[in-house]
Ligand binder design. Structure first.
Ligand SMILES: Cc1cc2nc3c(=O)[nH]c(=O)nc-3n(C[C@H](O)[C@H](O)[C@H](O)COP(=O)(O)OP(=O)(O)OC[C@H]3O[C@@H](n4cnc5c(N)ncnc54)[C@H](O)[C@@H]3O)c2cc1C
Length: 422
């Protein structure tokens, strides 16, 4: 019996789904048989860019069905995205043995491979700040976003039940994309929640805390633009302020004057950093590359020619910032997923592989309602039309992974839900 080449893809995220779909199509078109296996600990593929919308969406009443509808705006079952052309294993990867070409799964045991694509993304990084992990909410998974949504609603319901009327402090740690998006969108969400629970919205503070002097990692001009928008919405922004310690209802901050001060909070969200998936760091990654896998121009590991990596798991040097990796962005991940499919296809056919050439770095960040900032290379744009661009980016993405009408329906439904509190 002829052995069929087995390609195992770890992670059904941006890299994994793009690679699986493209590879399956290439093989079918070329009439060759390949076994494609996608492994993910979650059953759904998540469009993470809109998690802040899921977290802040308004619900007249919190029910299981409205939570499911919310989840479906960004989540799609992975098996459905494989269209029967690949196998999905819903299991957690706990180890990778490159020497034996085996992946260890929590429930299903050992899984062998001929070629491996490592695309398990990143996890929250708490930078060892005492009490942060235990007390802060996070915004990495769809479960995090739904939990925040329910918690916020429950919090105001409780205040109403107890007839409490006091100052409420919602603190967001981290002035990157997720923190800025969350802070901006929360303002609209809180207006609706306060109306729902008849709470005086003027008593609710939203504060964004960032350790550096930059927002979204932008230069002075970009930071000033984002800062002005957040201030206009009513968000208090503290730059050059470090979270040093977190207790149950109190954080210790160190400001730019070097002094420590305590701050009471009701809800704390941590969006201040991510790190390469620990399973990858412990197995194939290297410490000096932040735990990522150092890849050659073909996205192939320098250490093991049967291992490929993409997205957050790959250290691919950024030519614009020598010595640094490409930013952890969805756009980079999707582009790399395409090249991974192409190269594994070419390799198994004995053809020369294609080098990955990154596209122009783009960042579209909505900041409250129908307004967004777009950074394209060195150029900066902002306004309502940029917000529309953000929605078009999602439509384009949905169309790239789903059949036409399914993508359009998903996009229309999500847009309808997300603009409700704009
Ligand atoms: C809240 C948030 C907002 C973002 N917004 C933007 C944005 O607006 N624009 C942008 O360009 N980028 C954005 N990013 C970054 C972008 O989402 C990532 O860079 C991108 O998802 C990386 O793709 P990936 O395929 O490497 O990982 P992911 O898309 O994260 O996929 C990793 C997959 O691996 C699975 N997995 C993890 N561990 C295991 C395990 N042990 N076993 C099995 N499966 C596992 C996960 O469940 C997941 O499905 C955002 C990220 C976050 C967290």
């Amino acid at each position: 019996m002829v052995k069929v080449t087995k390609i195992v893809i770890l992670g059904g995220g941006f890299v994994g789904i793009r690679a699986a779909q493209d590879l399956a199509e290439k093989c079918i078109n070329a009439g060759i048989k390949r076994e494609i296996v996608v492994v993910d600990k979650e059953s759904t593929h998540i469009y993470r860019s809109d998690l802040y919308e899921v977290a802040t969406a308004f619900n007249k009443k919190i029910t299981d069905s409205c939570m499911l509808q919310l989840k479906e705006t960004v989540a799609t079952p992975i098996y459905k995205l494989l269209f029967g052309r690949g196998r999905f294993i819903h299991d957690e990867v706990i180890g990778i043995d490159g020497d034996k070409r085996i992946v260890h799964l929590k429930d299903s045991g050992a899984l062998s491979y001929d070629y491996l694509i490592v695309a398990m993304g990143s996890e929250n990084n708490y930078f060892g700040i005492p009490g942060l992990r235990q007390n802060a909410m996070t915004m990495k998974t769809v479960a995090d976003a739904l939990k925040f949504n329910c918690h916020l609603d429950g919090f105001f319901a409780e205040l109403k039940k107890k007839r409490v009327s006091r100052t409420v402090n919602i603190v967001i740690g981290g002035g990157g994309a997720t923190g800025v998006e969350m802070a901006g969108e929360l303002i609209g969400s809180l207006k609706k929640l306060c109306a729902k629970y008849k709470y005086d919205c003027r008593k609710v503070n939203v504060e964004l805390i960032e350790g550096t002097e930059k927002l979204l990692g932008m230069d002075k001009e970009g930071t000033a633009l984002v800062l002005a928008r957040l201030k206009k919405l009513g968000v208090v922004v503290s730059l050059q302020t470090l979270i040093k310690k977190v207790e149950k209802k109190e954080i210790v901050l160190k400001g730019k004057d070097g002094k420590l001060k305590k701050k009471f909070y009701d809800i704390l969200v941590w969006t201040g950093g991510v790190m390469v998936n620990p399973v990858v760091s412990a197995g194939l990654g290297e410490k000096k590359y932040g735990g990522a896998i150092l890849v050659n121009p073909f996205l192939q590991s320098y250490e093991d020619r049967n291992v490929f990596a993409g997205g957050d798991n790959a250290f691919f040097e950024d030519t614009v910032n020598p010595g640094k990796r490409l930013p952890m962005l969805g756009s980079v991940a999707v582009e790399q997923g395409e090249i991974l499919a192409e190269n594994i296809f070419r390799l198994s056919q004995g053809k020369e592989m294609k080098a990955f050439v990154p596209g122009k770095m783009q960042m579209v960040i909505p900041i409250g309602g129908k307004y967004a900032v777009w950074k394209s290379g060195e150029r900066l744009f902002s306004g309502n039309w940029v917000w529309l661009l953000k929605r078009i980016v999602y439509l384009k993405y949905a169309l790239s992974i789903l059949p036409f009408w399914k993508a359009v329906r998903k996009w229309l439904r999500s847009t309808e839900i997300f603009i409700d509190n704009d």
